[in-house]
Design a protein around this ligand. Structure first.
Ligand code: HEC
Ligand code: HEC
Length: 243
């Protein structure tokens, strides 16, 4: 009787050990499967990339998506998510030609494009270092194009689409304020040479085609000199003008 109880006890201990082992194994398997599944949140793609093929966006576009003036990498923070997704699609399709970004965009799965675009769109426009590239310098040509346009050539004021002080409007018109001058210039040149997809209604390829090289330079310098986060911090323009 005593013996049987001990046997049963031993048996059930062995069973529970086996059960424990099986459970542990299954948890371990699940855990390693979990570790192998790439984390696909927008934030993690931006900060860590997706090993091994997609580098961290932050390594070029900055820890907060603020861009890198010296290198000419554009800021992504606060740009419309629809616009960012469209650019990634264009890079992947080769209708927007740029070697580095084409390689990265091709390696980004569809769902990752969307989540990383939404992540950058949710970040505030930078107010510091890369917000304003340099002190605003007298640039009458750039200022005239930006605020008035050149109607003789059929060029509307840039701010009529890009918003007051180039701060961006809605899902289709990206901010220009505070972007590196070299980057802005390169985009206008790309449209002239057909290296960037014409975009909505071909608006920008038409406009870029009407700008002389010196006008394109002047407009790029003008918007690069404006603070990216002007609208987050500045007092309403009417008050400023009244003083
Ligand atoms: C090795 C540097 C590098 C890395 C890493 C990088 N980019 Fe870029 N990115 C660039 C450069 C350079 C450009 C400008 C391309 C051009 O001139 O058309 C750019 C442009 C872009 C644009 C277009 C912005 C605009 O205003 O039209 C988007 C969107 C973009 N990158 C998203 C990403 C995302 C998302 C990641 C991470 C998955 C990423 N980039 C990683 C260098 C990089
Ligand atoms: C009629 C509307 C309109 C006007 C006016 C306009 N733009 Fe644009 N611009 C757009 C649209 C739309 C896009 C986005 C294109 C795309 O999705 O590829 C854009 C994009 C840009 C970009 C690329 C930004 C980036 O992040 O890559 C630059 C640079 C630019 N515009 C410069 C200018 C300049 C300079 C002027 C004035 C001379 C101007 N734009 C006037 C509609 C306009």
């Amino acid at each position: 009787m005593k013996n049987k109880a001990t046997q049963q006890g031993a048996f059930s201990t062995a069973r529970s050990r086996r059960w424990l082992l099986a459970t542990c194994l299954s948890i371990a398997t699940q855990a390693s499967a979990f570790a192998q599944t790439p984390a696909r949140s927008g934030a993690s793609i931006a900060q860590q990339g997706i090993a091994p093929s997609v580098p961290a966006c932050a390594s070029c576009h900055g820890a907060s998506g603020e861009g890198n003036t010296a290198a000419g990498f554009p800021r992504l923070a606060g740009l419309p998510s629809g616009y960012l997704q469209e650019q990634l699609a264009d890079f992947a399709a080769g209708t927007r030609q740029q070697t580095v970004m084409s390689t990265i965009a091709k390696a980004l799965p569809m769902d990752a494009r969307e989540s990383v675009a939404k992540y950058f769109a949710s970040l505030p426009a930078p107010s510091g270092a890369n917000g304003a590239q340099k002190p605003v310098q007298a640039n009458p040509t750039g200022e005239r194009l930006a605020l008035i346009g050149n109607w003789k050539e059929g060029v509307p004021a840039c701010v009529s689409c890009h918003g007051d002080a180039g701060s961006g409007v809605g899902e289709q018109f990206p901010a220009l304020a505070g972007q590196p001058a070299a980057y802005l210039r390169a985009q206008l040149v790309a449209w002239k040479h057909g290296a960037r997809s014409p975009g909505p209604l071909g608006l920008m390829s038409t406009i870029a085609g009407k700008l002389s090289d010196s006008e394109a330079d002047a407009a790029a310098d003008y918007f690069a000199s404006l603070p990216a986060a002007a609208h987050a911090s500045a007092s309403p323009p009417a008050q400023g003008a009244a003083r």
